[in-house]
Design a protein around this ligand. Structure first.
Ligand code: 0O2
Length: 202
């Protein structure tokens, strides 16, 4: 398999979406409005990770593009939980891609404790062979959810997906602590935003 050729459209889509979503953030800044987007990260799934997922789900190699929806991944990190839904609403209004699926792991968290909003989209990109529809996953989460997920992801990697029960329990407690932090911060959102405005004026 020529991975460079296979992954090229995904690389292209990740770059295009990164520019577009960063542009949204900039527009809020220019209008001196609170940006619901704190930062954006993006990546193309590494080949070993694609192969591992394909094997785990028994997906034949020629069906990877249809079955694995997060080869192109964009992450939008927000300050507050309601910013997530502002971003979701803005993405629903866009006409440059089609939403295939939405999964709200905030309203119904995963058993691991994972929380995030996932949007699976189909994004048309132009290639030298014409238009190609590429599937991508946009994950939208708060800073606290991101902190938790990043640490849990590292532990999962360390323990090869079999995190000891004791640590799993701690992670579930940590997930609830992160959720409570988001709730508390939401209660003083307007205070924080005003403080941020004063701070940025200095
Ligand atoms: P990476 O390294 O981020 O690419 P699955 O079959 O469970 O792996 P599925 O059905 O494709 O996943 O979709 P799902 O559950 O929405 O997961 C897709 C991505 O969401 C994952 O990609 C993670 O980025 C994130 N995610 C989902 N569940 C968890 C979780 O419990 N903990 C953490 N830390 N992240 C999660 P990958 O391929 O796992 O990893």
């Amino acid at each position: 398999m020529n991975w460079e050729v296979i992954l090229a459209p995904y690389e292209q889509v990740v770059e295009e979406l990164k520019v577009k979503l960063k542009g949204m953030r900039k527009q809020f800044e220019h209008e001196s409005r609170h940006s619901p987007i704190e930062f954006i990260t993006a990546r193309v799934k590494p080949i070993p990770s694609i192969l591992e997922k394909a094997e785990r789900r028994q997906v034949p190699l020629d069906q990877i593009a249809d079955e694995i929806q997060d080869i192109a991944g964009i992450r939008v990190v927000c300050q507050f939980v309601d910013d997530i839904y502002t971003v979701v609403d803005m993405l629903r209004e866009r006409s440059d891609f089609t939403i295939l699926e939405e999964i709200d792991y905030i309203k119904s968290k995963k058993s691991s404790g994972y929380r995030s909003f996932h949007m699976i989209i189909q994004y048309p990109t132009e290639t030298i062979h014409g238009r190609k529809l590429v599937t991508a996953e946009i994950q939208i989460r708060t800073l606290a959810m991101n902190f938790w997920a990043t640490n849990e992801h590292s532990l999962n990697y360390k323990y090869k997906g079999r995190i000891p029960e004791k640590i799993q329990k701690r992670l579930q407690l940590a997930a609830e602590a992160a959720f409570n932090l988001d709730e508390e911060m939401s209660k003083i959102k307007s205070e924080i935003q005003e403080a941020n405005r004063i701070f940025h004026r200095l």
